[in-house]
Design a protein around this ligand. Structure first.
Ligand code: ADP
Ligand code: MG
Length: 389
């Protein structure tokens, strides 16, 4: 009904209600790799119940059960993860004007990149196992087709944070982009390319281009792993012709940030010499800051106070989505093997901290348009009152 559609645009009612969990945390367990099976590594995780994962803790000598929104077992397909992780709802909300974020977290080799963009090497777009980002692209343009009363313009940018420096993945140049702050944009990377994408093919092209440019360094746990965080950010601008006044357009902007975080493993597991040590420290630092922001947001006594977004590039660029502007989904990726059990436990702990975040989604509109909207709503409510009288 018209009342519902008005409510979804309001900043303080409707979808912003308190019964909504604004961060979903799901876990995906990858299958044992063939080299692990070969080394007779055994599976240290079990699935005692829905949304539950149990890890054999060799160090502390007991098993612990962790509970999440969903736990995807090794047999789950890419489509299953897309379908049941809540990602579809985030795409719908981004189309409605909210800022939404997907974070893939976990140790190197746990399946973050596979989950987001499919197997490495072959083009993810043509691969038979496209990642949830590829599936989200199709879903996004389907959604746009169905929203006939609105005109959408989509822009994509793709950046990498490496050693606290921001690099543009769509404009390969060794120059770092400064992160700045402005009143209407919040934190942003200056001079970042934003490519207009008219269809799904354009978006897949942007993804491929960025992946090609992604800085990949050798790593003794996984040759192809990256020590950087990558952020693919889609800006969805919608223009709606006002039904009552065809000369007025209402513009709003949603955002979908898709983040492949750097490996969460401890520094000592990496080959920590020279430059490599600096890299590892910065990665851990930004994941630490992200964790600090997340736990501050999860604590009702702290969340209205100081949230340490400014302590890392990653959290600056995610501040808007995490701190009350939108919805988030964390996909914690873990290995099932006993060798990796300590890292798996550390990932599940980190992910548990995120579960308690409650944010209040707000639609991004400029103040003038917001005023027009609220006046319109009053007029409509008055008209409705008249109808019922
Ligand atoms: P990360 O990005 O977390 O470092 P990757 O996504 O590169 O890890 O995954 C490591 C390896 O495991 C890759 O060879 C990948 O293809 C494989 N892999 C990861 N998850 C799955 C899965 N769910 N099913 C099959 N293979 C997977
Ligand atoms: Mg990766």
């Amino acid at each position: 009904s018209s009342q519902e559609s008005l409510m979804s645009l309001s900043s303080d009612e409707g979808q912003g209600g308190s019964d909504l969990d604004n961060i979903n945390v799901v876990v995906r367990v990858r299958p044992l790799a063939s080299h692990e099976v070969g080394k007779k590594d055994i599976q240290a995780v079990q699935f005692p119940g829905e949304g539950q994962i149990m890890v054999d803790d060799q160090i502390n000598g007991h098993s612990r059960v962790y509970t999440f929104n969903v736990v995807f077992e090794p047999e789950a397909s890419q489509e299953d993860v897309f379908e049941f992780s809540g990602l579809k709802r985030l795409v719908d909300m981004a189309l409605d004007g909210f800022a939404c974020t997907v974070l893939a977290y976990g140790q190197t080799g746990a399946g973050k990149t596979y989950t987001l963009t499919g197997p490495q090497g072959e083009g993810a777009g043509i691969s038979h196992e496209p990642g949830v980002i590829n599936l989200a692209f199709s879903y996004l343009y389907e959604g746009i087709k169905q929203r006939k009363s609105e005109d959408f313009v989509i822009h994509a940018s793709y950046l990498e944070i490496y050693n606290e420096h921001v690099l543009d993945l769509l404009n390969p140049s060794p120059k770092h982009l400064p992160v700045r702050w402005s009143k209407d944009k919040g934190f942003y990377a200056e001079n970042l390319f934003a490519v207009e994408c008219e269809d799904e093919g354009d978006l897949q092209g942007v993804l491929e281009e960025g992946k090609k440019n992604r800085q990949v360094r050798s790593h003794n746990m996984n040759e192809h792993s990256s020590r950087s965080h990558t952020l693919l950010v889609l800006t969805l601008t919608a223009e709606t012709r006002d039904l009552d006044d065809p000369h007025t357009f209402i513009r709003r902007q949603g955002k979908l940030s898709l983040v492949d975080l750097a490996g969460s493993e401890k520094t000592k597991k990496t080959n920590s010499k020279g430059e490599t040590l600096v890299e590892a420290n910065n990665i851990n630092k930004s994941l630490l800051v992200l964790g600090n922001c997340i736990s501050a947001l999860a604590d009702p006594r702290k969340r209205s106070g100081h949230i340490p977004y400014r302590d890392s590039c990653l959290t600056k660029l995610l501040a808007e989505s995490l701190g009350g502007g939108g919805m988030a989904l964390m996909i914690a990726c873990v290995s099932p093997s006993r060798t990796n059990a300590p890292e798996t436990i550390s990932t599940l702990r980190y992910a548990s901290r995120a579960k308690r975040i409650k944010t209040k989604p707000i639609v991004r509109m400029d103040p003038r348009e917001q005023l027009i909207m609220s006046l319109k709503r009053e007029v409509k409510l008055l008209r409705m009152e008249n109808t019922y009288l």
